[in-house]
Design a protein around this ligand. Structure first.
Ligand SMILES: Cc1cc2nc3c(=O)[nH]c(=O)nc-3n(C[C@H](O)[C@H](O)[C@H](O)COP(=O)(O)OP(=O)(O)OC[C@H]3O[C@@H](n4cnc5c(N)ncnc54)[C@H](O)[C@@H]3O)c2cc1C
Length: 373
């Protein structure tokens, strides 16, 4: 175990990183790659060069579940990592579950040289394992990369276990030909010899590659009927109010500027959002202690954090530093939250909460399906 808080990442903008042990860790093809990137950045060329023209002798396989054909950031990062680690004679082959023609092009841009598509029947691990096992045998890749999240992580672990292959999870760094480093608790990371199956943590690689893959269409793989014995019971949604704040993707949060707490709770319920609060609003008894966000409350990671009447004191901002988008509603255009927010509405929050509630109520009345959703 190493104790190193400054965790190095695979960054294609740099041809390599020298680690604490003095090892050159990440090889970004040739040094030419970084010069091409600089040229692109200065507008000398808008088309990215191909990582490799081939011919290919080896293969690296990436398996991804798309979101209705779209590649999310974790998928792009995994393709980028595979492409960064591939030698010029290694072809990056991507298998996309639920992909379409658009995803073939997107995967090519993200670093794939050949893209294979396969239907996604949902949770069907045995059928997917059969496809993957066949592909593994046919292509004989030297490495399999998947994002360590959701369906990809599940399939990667099952595949490694079924094939008796060593696997590294939560990988944040790869030393080509040698070892991988994975996240471990308390700012540490664990080191293990480079295994054939890599499950990559978020941000293990920068998805903005200075090159692209060949993006060839490798055709469609059929899902074999292997008599799936695992039954998919589907997913059930629970009211956002029952969700732990740390798990919520959308949070409506109230500060001292919110007087209409009933209206705010109603808005959160109608938006399917969890409710958070500043310490002042909690101390005042308007919200429960477990709803407090900040240094002495919860640290949240929502995609969108709506801050109503919150000044944005440093202790509060500490709790929302990992939120993707922050929208602030405040009467004071100079409040500190404005600097952190991606969008600020200089507006009375009572009036806005009431208007949004009316809007959502009217929308539900016009579309009763939303009422039961
Ligand atoms: C050791 C320590 C730990 C702390 N930990 C935390 C913590 O974990 N979390 C936390 O939140 N705080 C914490 N605090 C408190 C923090 O310093 C602030 O006091 C607190 O965050 C302020 O809460 P607020 O923004 O809701 O209230 P205020 O500072 O009172 O701000 C209210 C804001 O609402 C705006 N406003 C008022 N009326 C309206 C209206 N009608 N419409 C729109 N906007 C309006 C105002 O312009 C203002 O910006 C901590 C403090 C200390 C010392």
């Amino acid at each position: 175990m190493f104790n190193d808080r400054a965790i190095p990442r695979i960054d294609p903008r740099r041809p390599y990183v020298i680690g604490p042990s003095g090892l050159k860790r990440i090889v970004l093809g040739e040094e030419v790659g970084s010069r091409e990137l600089q040229q692109n950045a200065h507008g000398h060329s808008s088309v990215k060069p191909q990582r490799s023209q081939g011919p290919f002798r080896l293969r690296s396989l990436v398996v991804l579940h798309t979101d209705r054909g779209a590649l999310d950031e974790a998928a792009r990062e995994t393709l980028a990592a595979a492409a960064i680690l591939a030698s010029p004679d290694t072809e990056v082959v991507a298998l996309l579950f639920g992909g379409n023609a658009d995803s073939v092009a997107a995967a090519g841009e993200a670093g794939a040289d050949r893209v294979l598509l396969c239907a996604d029947p949902g949770f069907a691990p045995q059928r997917k394992l059969a496809v993957l096992a066949e592909l593994w045998q046919r292509e004989a890749p030297s490495r399999l990369c998947l994002p360590d999240r959701g369906a990809d992580a599940d399939l990667g672990r099952r595949f490694a276990s079924r094939q008796g292959l060593a696997v590294a999870c939560d990988v944040i760094e790869v030393v080509p030909g040698r070892e991988v480093r994975s996240l471990a608790p308390a700012g540490q990371f664990a080191v293990q010899p480079l295994p054939p199956v890599l499950l990559l943590a978020r941000k293990a690689a920068d998805a903005r590659l200075p090159f692209r893959g060949q993006g060839n269409d490798g055709g469609v793989l059929a899902l074999p009927d292997v008599g799936e014995r695992i039954r998919d019971l589907g997913t059930r949604s629970c009211p956002a109010s029952q969700l732990a704040l740390e798990e919520a993707d959308l949070i409506v949060s109230a500060g001292n500027g919110v007087q209409d707490t009933g209206g705010l709770r109603q808005l959160a319920e109608r938006m399917g959002a969890a409710v958070g609060a500043s310490r002042v609003a909690v101390d005042d008894g308007r919200f429960a202690r477990e709803q407090q966000v900040g240094a002495t409350g919860k640290t949240v990671q929502a995609s969108a954090y709506l801050a109503f009447g919150i000044s944005g004191a440093v202790q509060h901002l500490q709790g929302i530093k990992e939120c993707r988008h922050v929208i602030a509603v405040n009467l004071d255009a100079a409040a500190p939250i404005v600097k952190r927010a991606d969008l600020t509405l200089v507006e009375d929050c009572q009036a806005l909460i009431s208007a949004l509630n009316q809007l959502l109520a009217a929308e539900r009345a016009a579309n009763p399906v939303l009422e039961t959703a």
